[in-house]
Design a protein around this ligand. Structure first.
Ligand SMILES: N[C@@H](CCC(=O)N[C@@H](CS)C(=O)NCC(=O)O)C(=O)O
Length: 277
């Protein structure tokens, strides 16, 4: 693991690191904020998964998570959204290929060789965090934005014993029913719709996967709300399954980091409460 940059912030350390990923078969960059409490012992870990077009850097620059992370003593880990590089499959569109990994393991060519973000986030990255940071791996939670909200929800639903809590900003909750997923899933996963359902939060819940509770914040002026996000699909699935969903509709907010940063501290406090329980 190589250190790209280190900056002291809010009494902790904002670092950017790179390593050769065995899953993605390329160098992967990620950001970690280590809070000041790490000096006294291992801290719980909160993964933030970003949305389409993002790297580790968008949330680091615009997400405003450090003050709350330092207050609550939570380590924040921000991976990239896909493998990247010249020899790696890509697409000119912003919602396919590099920057659009959808947190799944692709099974169809040309994506299958490198696009393994599910295994990267759930297995390889934690194995790298554990020995290199002051992390208490018995206390992990996950959240994310848009495509990263989809990643957080699906990963938590599939691994309820690994993540203590899950939340999302403006998540894609039912990708198999909206254009983003209907474009990406056949490309990455082929025509096997049973496989698509394993990467769809609403479908996973319908198929019996469970978490105790979910926190979602959603702007009502989000430009993707009606076509791509449709939080009512998650609401219906949670109601039927008895999952305690808090869906906060936020008047006036759009899809951007102006929205995310406004509610970032609420989400970190919510996770911190559950990580310390
Ligand atoms: N570039 C896309 C929008 C993609 C987009 O909004 N991406 C969100 C995540 S889904 C994001 O966080 N973008 C990066 C940023 O705002 O810094 C478009 O032209 O419609």
């Amino acid at each position: 693991m190589e250190t790209i940059s280190i900056n002291t912030s809010h009494g902790g350390i904002q670092g950017v690191y790179r390593h050769d990923s065995a899953e993605c078969r390329c160098p992967m960059t990620f950001a970690v904020f280590t809070p000041p409490q790490a000096a006294d012992g291992p801290c719980p870990v909160l993964y933030y998964l970003s949305g389409l077009t993002c790297t580790h850097q968008n949330v680091m620059d615009k997400g405003e998570y450090r003050r709350a992370a330092a207050e609550h003593g939570v380590l924040i880990v921000c991976p990239d959204t896909s493998p990247r590089g010249n020899g790696i499959a890509n697409d000119e569109a912003y919602d396919m290929g590099q920057g659009a990994g959808f947190y799944l393991d692709a099974t169809a060519d040309p994506w299958a060789k490198h696009f393994r973000m599910y295994s990267y986030v759930t297995r390889e990255l934690p194995q790298l965090i554990e020995p290199n940071f002051f992390a208490d791996m018995t206390r992990q939670s996950i959240f994310g934005h848009s495509m990263g909200g989809h990643g957080a929800l699906t990963i938590a639903l599939k691994n309820p014993d690994t993540y203590r809590s899950v939340s999302a900003f403006a998540p894609i909750v039912n990708p198999i029913s909206v254009p983003w997923g209907q474009k990406a899933f056949p490309a990455y996963l082929g025509e096997d719709r049973a496989l698509w359902r394993q990467h769809d939060a609403a479908a996973l819940i319908e198929d019996g996967h469970r978490v105790e509770e979910i926190l979602v914040d959603q702007g009502d002026k989000d430009q993707f709300l009606t076509e791509q996000l449709q939080p009512e699909a998650l609401e219906a699935a949670c109601t039927n399954a008895g999952i305690d969903l808090t869906l906060n509709m936020r008047p006036g907010y759009d899809h951007s980091y102006f929205f995310i940063s406004t509610f970032m501290e609420d989400h970190i406090a919510w996770h911190a409460q559950r990580l310390k329980a």
